[in-house]
Design a binder for this molecule. Structure first.
Ligand code: IFM
Length: 452
């Protein structure tokens, strides 16, 4: 194996999520999700963008699968919309919703593309939010039932499952910062939400295994490398606090270590946990640490931090380094270090990069071609980091580029374009960007060499 070759059997894929691409929010019995409500609330998304139509993938998925096949992808990561399957979050099953995903699974398998199904990528049925949302334990219990319903319908053919996408976003970004649906700003609610998100994962694992024999099951966490702005003790403490808040708070429990004690102490000291970890019931931490087959890791950037106003707090430091259209620093070395850390400090059987990619404000040239050389540079550098991590012994089994299509980038609306396929939202025309052809070559060769 040359230093640019990936191991035989390395999984090459692309990823999407239901609310970001499907549209058809009122069709075939789908219920309302928190993102329908949030995006229709004035001022919550850029330009008032909603996922009502998005990429119209609900009607165009066959064409999109033709693109996947043309890409040569061996795998496709997509999410099931909970409100399509259980419009009220629990109770009555909507068969039309299940059938939609069942048809997709069949079509993927016919094309030789392995489905990697994410069960929750943020579109909580509003009925569950109205009953308390993720801060309520009942949501975790409802999720386990929903996971069983989907696994029962698809589990004969789907053998790769991701329970939850990015618990930090589900809890902190949505209930503490309030930038994502449901848009609450309440620390105590966010901490409870974080626990119930992890609990939902742990409760779902046996449900999936029950109905999908032989399946591989995991969870996807988003990681941001935490880097101190200087070598001072104060900055190093700040980086450790950021790492605890963003990374360890979620990673440690699923790896059987419980919540990081330094973070619990900080939260108690700051008055964020007036009742302590009241939401943790006996047995919860064992459920959350259910043995899994892989960890999904999403990586985009790092955060350079310095000491905040109080001990245990941090503030970001902006360096004069290249950034993306999301204003995220480009830092591929962070991916290399993350993979080494996950391997050396946590005993993980297997890792997939379930998302990595970049947003630029791409537009077609006069000739219709989308020249996204900067995206190619970004992907190449991050794949090089993956390759070096594998060479160093990390059990990295696959890579999913985010995203197959330009799509609804949540609060940022449609300006941000992460796709390797350009979407003209007025006509729904798809145009593979230069990065599509570049990635196709890498996949075909299983090698980064010669990828210019
Ligand atoms: O678009 C999102 C995706 O839904 C979750 N991970 C990060 C991506 C880019 O922000």
């Amino acid at each position: 194996m040359s230093h640019t070759t990936f191991p035989a059997g390395f999984v090459w894929g692309a990823a999407t999520a239901a609310y970001q691409i499907e549209g058809a929010v009122c069709e075939d019995g789908r219920g309302e999700s928190i993102w329908d409500r949030f995006s229709h609330t004035s001022g919550k998304t850029k330009g008032g963008a909603t996922g009502d139509v998005a990429c119209d993938h609900y009607h165009r998925w066959r064409d999109d699968f033709a693109l996947l096949a043309d890409l040569g992808a061996g795998a496709y990561r997509f999410s099931v919309a909970w409100p399509r399957v259980l419009p009220d979050g629990r109770g009555q099953v909507n068969q039309a919703g299940l059938d939609f995903y069942s048809r997709q699974v069949d079509a993927l398998l016919e094309r030789g593309i392995t489905p990697y199904v994410t069960l929750y990528h943020w579109d909580l049925p509003v009925a569950l939010e109205d009953a308390g949302g993720w801060p309520s334990r009942a949501t975790a219990e409802a999720f386990a039932v929903y996971a069983g319903v989907v696994a029962q319908a698809l589990g004969d053919r789907v053998k790769h499952w991701i329970t939850i996408n990015e618990p930090w976003c589900v809890s902190m970004l949505s209930y503490q910062i309030g930038e994502h649906a449901p848009g609450r700003q309440d620390w105590a609610a966010a901490l409870a939400a974080s626990h119930h998100t992890l609990l939902a994962h742990g409760l779902a694992v046996p449900e999936i295994r029950r109905f999908s024999p032989g399946a591989q099951v995991g969870i996807t966490l988003n990681f941001t490398a935490a880097v101190p702005a200087s070598v001072s003790y104060a900055d190093r403490d700040a980086a450790r606090a950021f790492d605890g808040y963003f990374n360890r708070w979620f990673l440690d429990p699923i790896c059987g270590r419980g919540y990081p004690s330094d973070m619990v102490a900080t939260a108690v000291e700051a008055g964020l946990l007036p009742d302590g970890l009241r939401f943790v019931q006996p047995g919860d931490m064992q459920i959350i640490a259910a043995p899994t087959d892989f960890l999904g890791a999403n990586y985009y950037t790092r955060e350079v931090v310095t000491v905040g106003t109080r001990p245990g707090e941090w503030q970001p430091v902006r360096l004069d380094t290249p950034r993306t259209a999301m204003d995220w620093e480009i830092y591929p070395e962070g991916l290399y270090h993350l993979l080494l850390r996950l391997h050396s400090a946590y005993n993980l059987p297997k890792i997939y990069i379930t998302e990595n990619g970049v947003s630029y404000l791409d537009e077609p040239g006069d000739d219709g071609r989308v020249r996204d050389g900067s995206r190619i540079d970004y992907l190449r550098a991050h794949l090089d980091a993956c390759q070096r991590a594998i060479a160093a012994g990390v059990p990295l089994a696959g890579y999913f580029q985010w995203s197959l299509l330009d799509n609804f980038e949540w609060a940022h609306g449609y300006d941000q374009r992460f796709g390797c396929v350009y979407v003209d939202y007025a006509t729904q025309q798809r145009t593979p960007k230069d990065s599509f052809f570049w990635y196709r070559d890498v996949i075909a060769r299983n090698d980064l060499a010669g990828s210019s």
